[in-house]
Design a protein around this ligand. Sequence first.
Ligand SMILES: *Cc1c(COP(=O)(O)O)cnc(C)c1O
Length: 365
Amino acid sequence: MSRPARAVIHLDALKHNYRLAKSLAGEGNALAVVKADAYGHGAISCAQSLSDEADGFAVACIEEALELRAAGIRNRMLILEGFFDPSELTEIASENLDIVVHNPEQIRILEQTPLDKPVRVWLKMDSGMHRVGILPDQYRDAWIRLEQLPWINEILLMTHLACADEPDNGYTLQQLETFERHTLGLPGERSIANSAGLIHCASARADWSRPGLMLYGASPFDRSHEIESTLKPVMELQSAIISIKEIPAGSPVGYAGTAVTQKTTRLGVIAIGYADGYPLAPNGTPVVVNGQSVPLIGRVSMDMLTIDLSEVEGVNVGDPALLWGKDLPVTEIARHAGTIPYQLLCNLNRVPVSYTQQVKHKETA
Ligand SMILES: *Cc1c(COP(=O)(O)O)cnc(C)c1O
C-alpha cells in the first residue's frame, strides 16, 4: 500500500464547466485560462480535454505556452503577461501565440523588433485595478503606435476587473465605464471578464471572456452564490484515516496544543498535510469521512492532520477522507482558512494526480 493522499481530476466536469462558461458568454468566445498548470489540475491534460471545443487558451508566460504547443495543442493561445524580453518575440510569432501588451516598454520593444510573421496583440488598459495595463489617458496613443506596425496584424482591446468577485461592488461598473469611454470609436474585439465577471455581469461579457477558476468548478465569489449549484468540482483531494484513538478531556492536540479536548474525544488522523497543499485551516474546518462531515481539530502538520470523530459512528482506520471536491467545495475550505480557492488549488503539491477520463491523443490528419 502506498500513502493514500491523492488528487483525482474529473475531466468530464471540466468540460461541463467550460460549456457552462460558453453558454454564459452567449455569442462571445471564451478563452479557457490554464495558467499555473491549469490552477494545479495539469495544464496539458486539461488543455487536451478541451482542445476540440475551446475557443482558445490563456497562459501566464511563454514557457507555459510552449509546453502546451509541444504537447500538440494548436488552439489559439494568449500569453497574459505578454513578453518580458525582445528575445521571446520570434518564437511568439512562429508559434502563433497572442500576447498581452500592458506597458510602454513592451510597445517600445515591439516598435524596435520587426517580425517576419505578424503577431496579434491584446492591448490591456488599467481601468482601475492598478496592477498592469496602460493608463486610460495613454491608451489611445498606445493603440495608434501599435496600429502603425506592419508586424502587428490585429489589436484587441482588453481590461481586467478588480472586484468582480463581489457582485454588489459598484467598482466593476466604474471600471466598465472607464474602459468604454477610453476605447470609444476604436475598432477591435473587446475582452473584459474573468469568471466572476462572466457569471454576474452581463455588460462585461464582450467578445472574449477569460474564465479560469469556474472551469475547475469553484465559485469565485466571496459569499455563497447560486452558480455553485451548476458548477462541478474538477479536483477531488482525497486521503484516508491512518490512526484512531480515544483521548481524555483536557488533552492538547498536535503542535503547540492549539486545541484542547473538552470531553473524551475519538481522534482520527488523516494522511495529508500542508506539504500536500492543504492549508493551515483552523479548528472546525469540515472534512468528509465516509460521507459524513467532521471537524478538523488541532494544527495541521506537514504530512498529517487530525479530526474529531466523536460524533460519528462506524469509522475505521483505512476509511477514505475527502478534503475538498464534490459536496465539499474548495471555496468553503478557503473561507475557513482565510484564503481564496485559487491559492488552495494552485498549491497542490506532492500528491499523485490521476485523471478519471482517458486523455485523448489527437490524431494528426
Ligand atoms: C487569471 C486571469 C483570468 C482568469 O481569472 P479567474 O478569476 O480565474 O476566472 C482572467 N484574466 C486575466 C488577465 C487573468 O490574469
